[in-house]
Write a protein that binds this ligand. Structure first.
Ligand SMILES: [Zn+2]
Length: 92
């Protein structure tokens, strides 16, 4: 369910996703007039290069439920980064 909603969020609002410096992403809300969410990123070592992966989110779903695999916003952030390999690469 969350994964499907994350795919929908990315499909609808991809242009509003932002990577802020190395450690945060701005993920839009699908509710009109609702503030964006923040997804924190960490650096994970890959086989070919280090990549950014979501580690936490600012929404209530993450804060109170800690869903395995992440909340909708973290899953959407992960899908966005996979779709944009150059942004996914960790830059020092
Ligand atoms: Zn969330």
């Amino acid at each position: 369910m969350r994964r499907q909603r994350a795919q929908r969020l990315l499909a609808d609002k991809e242009a509003e996703f932002r990577v802020l410096r190395n450690t945060r992403m701005k993920v839009p809300s699908q509710q009109p007039a609702h503030a964006d969410y923040t997804v924190k990123l960490k650096r994970e070592s890959g086989r070919r290069y280090d990549v950014r992966v979501p580690v936490s989110g600012s929404c209530k779903d993450y804060k109170y439920r800690h869903p395995p695999g992440g909340c909708k916003h973290m899953l959407a952030a992960e899908a966005y980064l996979k779709k944009h390999p150059a942004i996914r690469k960790w830059k020092l």
